[in-house]
Design a protein. Structure first.
Length: 268
């Protein structure tokens, strides 16, 4: 197995960027109106990744737990904010529910990985493990939470009459909302379940591909990817359940009333 990898230069990145230009040209030709968004996303990708590379280089160089935790906190905060911004509807307390759900679940799962699974002589805060593991868990949990929130609020808004009828007939708030809650959790879990069903057969995940390109033994790369998939699936399920249940508690009071006005008319 080769111990080295092909180093990419900025010229190589420019060549890859030509593919984006082609996609933008297709958008113009078909009048899709997506060329500006595509180019903006490409510029943001370059800027953000270069910035992250600079930050990680500094963190790796000093290798202190304070720096690692600071980066992890910033990543978590950005993930929470992004999840809320992706939601079509918002309600009071949504920011707190989302950020806490993402923070608690992702840090719990990442801690399990660092202290139990990926154990060794290295300290828990070694950035080589802590930051990439949290980043992969955060990205997938963010998607699950945002999908779950959208599904819950949209379903409750569209099924208002059914929910309120059940409450009027004597149903508890859980009996009236359990259907939308379960549907929201299922929706949030769909992407990761689909990914697990085809991983290794249809697609090779980014982490595994990166390890293979860097010269890692395929068997080790596969083992790491299996662990990552299990961590991501667990964090996504826990995070989605947490945020959906928090939303349910805010949208239904202790008198078993549906507070429809909190989600009505709050389309973005």
């Amino acid at each position: 197995m080769a111990d080295s990898y092909v180093e990419l230069q900025y010229f190589d990145i420019a060549l890859a960027a030509l593919l984006i230009v082609v996609s933008a040209a297709i958008s113009v030709a078909l009048r899709l109106g997506m060329e500006r968004t595509l180019l903006l996303a490409s510029v943001r990708t370059v800027v953000q990744l270069l910035l992250v590379g600079f930050v990680l280089k500094t963190v790796f160089q000093f290798d202190q737990w304070v720096n690692v935790v600071a980066v992890m906190l910033l990543m978590t905060l950005i993930a929470g904010v992004t999840a809320v911004r992706r939601s079509h509807r918002r309600y009071p307390g949504m920011w707190l529910d989302t950020i806490l759900s993402i923070w608690i679940t992702t840090w719990l799962i990442t801690s399990f990985a660092l202290f139990v699974v990926v154990r060794g002589d290295h300290p828990w805060y070694q950035p080589q493990y802590a930051i990439p593991l949290l980043g992969m868990v955060l990205g997938n949990t963010l998607n699950g939470i945002s999908l779950g929130l959208n599904a819950l609020t949209d379903t409750l808004a569209s099924q208002r009459s059914q929910v309120e009828t059940l409450l009027a007939l004597g149903a508890t708030r859980w009996e009236a909302a359990s259907g939308p809650v379960r549907q929201a959790v299922r929706t949030g879990m769909i992407p990761i379940i689909n990914a697990m069903m085809i991983v290794g057969v249809v697609s090779l995940p980014g982490m595994m591909t990166g390890q293979l390109l860097s010269g890692t033994e395929p068997a080790q790369a596969v083992r790491y990817q299996i662990v990552i998939m299990f961590l991501v699936a667990s964090a996504t399920s826990l995070g989605t359940v947490a945020v959906v249940l928090c939303s349910y508690r805010r949208l239904f009071n202790s008198q078993h009333q549906f507070l429809y006005h909190l989600v009505d008319g709050r389309e973005l």
